[in-house]
Design a protein around this ligand. Structure first.
Ligand code: GLU
Length: 317
């Protein structure tokens, strides 16, 4: 497709038609991936659902399919906690967590052992537990959680966003891999609080429930779509987007960059928040996952959108 006949953010009608076609194809696809079953509540989610919402630079928002259905944002929350932690502690955060992609799974214990207890990046589970632990410094877990929730609500411009307590509790009981990561961090001297407190806060942040409409709005600060809003400094936005591009899809991040070409953060609930800097903030949700633990159809939809609109940041035309 040549750039002149591409649907663009300047032509919302053409973009809307292209997106309607993409969503229609995703809804009819029979290979929906596999829902995460290591968190009991997620195993019951119907994989036939598909939602997409996009906020554009003219202030408009387009919604498709199950865009209004709430889902568990899980690791998408890690982009918000990173923003909170960078705001509070700045570059000091990097003493405790690295900025390099990982070639092992999101919950790998091997990586942590090889790096002597310093997680490779803030988006693998071990790294996110450390970021949450840092946000908890000097205050009660409930106050740290309140700040995280406040941030998400402020970014979305919507107070109707809550934590699913029963999901958080169930992950606390069944999340043995995360317990092992927390204990390894503690034994390496890289966890300031008791495993119970840091993990409890981490499980609650992962259990934030949002729909695609709210999540696309919450991502606007990363796309530079809310001019004049000082929620996060432009330097930190640049840092978060770089990390979402290189680490936001775990050991599938290279594949996501190759196929989609703009920054995104996934969660095992099947959500992806993705941003095209200066142009769009997108939330897509389809609960079935690919082998990396990222939404299968969500990734395909973003790839089709990127190709249709010419939105890969690596494109030269
Ligand atoms: N709460 C999940 C975990 O810690 C988040 C993983 C994800 O969404 O990728 O395993």
């Amino acid at each position: 497709m040549t750039s002149s006949c591409r649907p663009s953010a300047d032509d919302p009608a053409a973009l809307s038609a292209a997106l309607a076609g993409i969503v229609d194809r995703m809804c009819r696809d029979t290979d929906r991936g596999k829902v995460a079953d290591y968190i009991p509540e997620l195993a019951c989610v119907d994989p036939r659902q598909f939602g997409l919402s996009i906020c554009l630079c003219d202030g408009s928002q387009l919604n498709f399919g199950d865009a209004a259905t709430p889902f568990s944002i899980q690791s998408v929350s890690k982009a918000f906690t990173l923003a909170v932690a960078l705001g509070r502690f700045g570059e000091g955060l990097w003493r405790r967590v690295g900025r390099e992609p990982s070639s092992n799974a999101f919950n790998s214990v091997v990586d942590l052992e090889l790096e002597q207890g310093k997680p490779r990046n803030p988006f693998v589970n071990a790294g996110a537990i450390v970021v949450t632990d840092e946000i908890m410094a000097g205050r009660a877990p409930r106050d740290a959680l309140a700040e995280i929730l406040w941030f998400v609500r402020a970014a979305a411009g919507d107070n109707d966003i809550f934590i699913d307590e029963s999901l958080a509790r169930s992950e606390k009981v069944t999340g043995h891999r995360n317990w092992s990561l927390a204990h390894f961090l503690k034994s390496s001297g890289n966890l300031k609080h008791d495993c119970e407190l840091s993990l409890g806060t981490y499980f609650h942040q992962c259990a934030i429930e949002m729909n695609c409409i709210q999540l696309a709005r919450a991502g606007r600060f990363l796309a530079g779509l809310n001019a004049g809003d000082e929620l996060v400094s432009s330097n930190h936005v640049r840092s978060i987007n770089a990390l979402m591009m290189t680490c936001g899809h775990y050991d599938g991040s290279g594949e996501f960059a190759y196929r989609v070409g703009f920054p995104g953060k996934s969660g095992v609930g099947g959500g992806i928040m993705a941003v095209v800097p200066g142009k769009a903030s997108i939330a897509v949700w389809s609960p079935g996952l690919n082998r990396f633990g990222n939404s299968r159809l969500g990734t395909i939809a973003l790839e089709e959108l990127s190709l249709a609109a010419g939105w890969s940041v690596f494109s030269v035309d």
